[in-house]
Design a protein around this ligand. Structure first.
Ligand code: UDX
Length: 458
């Protein structure tokens, strides 16, 4: 599309207010802007107020209400229900008001791209006769499983030991998303997630943050039932293509990145010597698990950079962070810059979909310790399908003990298996980068999407 004179279609990108949802939608917005589309990113008033925008100049951002403009929502899974229901009650009117403001200021919206967690947005798009594009922030494999549950083709609770679904390898029950294999643990949330699938097929486009080569079979299957287009990996172009050295901006974080401290510390470490450890923006580990990780990392004798968010800090062994010889503990970091650093040898991860795609795109081997939601399925693919990582063994109570952690780190950093994993990681990195070359699979899908917007009436 480069060089094509765009008519500046105004596209609203409605992002759900969570780090793992906002990051890919910000990146997608940037791609649209590069191609001549006018984009306004919309998220909640509370998130808007608290975003760290200092590295972020290229996108207009507006807020709508979720009913919690002063924050305080979503502390736990139960709060999610209250939160999502409240957002559903008040979000549509607030979004409609914003659309009317754009129309009266002479810049009407022509398209609404919305996170699948806000299915009500499609009704608003239809009411205002906008192109409606749903954005899936999780993998095609995971969406495929939910699709089958929604259609009643996979019944829960599940009684079989293994599951065979079209477009997917054979999965053990615990390889399914936790909301599917254990719906009783989060009854309301599990239902809400599956209900989202009622409207996906009614959208004009279904955009998914994945790439064709990574999930070919799942993409082929879902393309038969939805107007699906993989458009990922949604990470800044400079990590995929050397021609875009200036595109370093990542997600809009509400946390301090500690960029200088982390990069300086990594800069003082040898190539491939560091284990980077992070469990994303939501997961909270129990006391015992935190201590086992702490001692496992220490016993591995590897250098490590461990992101421990504030709620988990008190669970560390006493004076742990202050007395480390080989480790650095931080509350948050610029994860992509860390993964791209040549001092990093592997990523000990909870397997959130963004973290997974980021590690794949940067060729970093993984140690997988999934916590919940889609992470269980992602970890299966990491270990057995793409073969870019190893799952850490859990004991009978579901705890990864220090000895298992130490052994897995050694296996991935130094062992024969590690070599094999590194080779696969390099292969997937190259494939991921090819998706945004000219004619690359995701590049082509975004071009198709943009070209229909250019011809849409508004
Ligand atoms: C959640 C779910 O847990 C995940 O499974 C789902 O796929 C998306 O929503 P989260 O747990 O935060 O997301 O994990 P993940 O998807 O990996 O997203 C975390 C994001 O925060 C990544 O983009 C990562 O780069 C970023 N991050 C994380 C930082 O920038 N700095 C950090 O220190 C840690």
């Amino acid at each position: 599309m480069e060089g094509v004179e765009a008519n500046k279609t105004h596209c609203i990108v409605l992002a759900y207010p969570a780090q793992g949802h906002l990051n890919p939608m910000v990146q997608f917005s940037k791609r649209l802007i590069q191609k001549g589309v006018r984009v306004t990113l919309v998220t909640t008033h509370f998130y808007c107020k608290n975003l760290r925008k200092e590295n972020y100049n290229s996108i207009s951002i507006e807020g709508i209400t979720d009913g919690f403009d002063e924050g305080g929502a979503m502390q736990s899974a139960e709060d999610w229900e209250t939160y999502l229901n409240k957002f559903w009650q008040v979000g549509p009117a607030s979004l409609a008001e914003l659309l009317e403001k754009f129309a009266s200021s002479g810049s009407p919206a022509g398209c609404l791209v919305y996170d699948s967690f806000m299915p009500w947005a499609l009704d608003v798009a239809k009411k205002y006769e906008l192109v409606g594009a749903v954005f899936l922030t999780q993998s095609c494999a995971v969406n495929n499983v939910y699709y089958h549950v929604h259609e009643g083709l996979l019944k829960t609770p599940i009684s079989e030991h293994t599951i065979s679904l079209p477009g997917l390898p054979e999965l053990a029950v615990k390889d399914l998303p936790s909301f599917v294999y254990s719906p009783d643990s989060y009854p309301v949330l599990s239902k809400l997630i599956v209900d989202i699938f009622s409207s996906i097929g009614k959208a004009d486009w279904v955009l998914c943050n994945t790439f064709y080569e990574l999930e070919e079979e799942a993409v082929k299957f879902l393309s038969k039932v939805w107007p699906l287009r993989p458009i990922g990996p949604a990470i800044p172009s400079m990590y995929l293509d050397q021609r875009h050295q200036d595109d370093t901006e990542y997600g809009l974080s509400i946390l301090n990145q500690n960029t200088e401290v982390c990069l300086k510390w990594l800069g003082e470490r040898p190539k491939r010597s560091v284990v980077y450890v992070s469990f994303g923006s939501l997961a909270s580990l129990n006391d015992e698990q935190m201590k086992e990780i702490a001692y496992g990392l220490k016993d591995s004798e590897s250098d490590f950079l461990w992101i421990v968010r504030e709620p988990d800090e008190a669970k560390l062994p006493k004076h742990f962070a202050q007395t480390l010889q080989k480790g650095l503990v931080m509350r948050w970091c610029p994860q992509l810059q860390v993964l791209a650093h040549d001092a990093v040898g592997c990523f000990f991860t909870h397997c959130g979909w963004n973290s997974t795609l980021e590690a794949i795109s940067l060729g970093v081997p993984m140690i997988a310790m999934p916590q919940w939601t889609d992470q269980t399925t992602n970890s299966k693919f990491i270990m057995d399908v793409w073969r870019v990582g190893v799952k850490v063994q859990l004991d009978e109570r579901g705890i990864a003990k220090r000895e298992a952690i130490k052994q897995t780190i050694k296996e991935v950093m130094e062992g024969e298996r590690g070599k094999d994993i590194r080779e696969n990681s390099i292969k997937w990195k190259a494939l991921s980068q090819s998706t945004f070359n000219e004619g690359g699979s995701s590049e082509k899908n975004i071009d198709d999407f943009v070209s229909t917007l250019m011809f849409s009436p508004k």
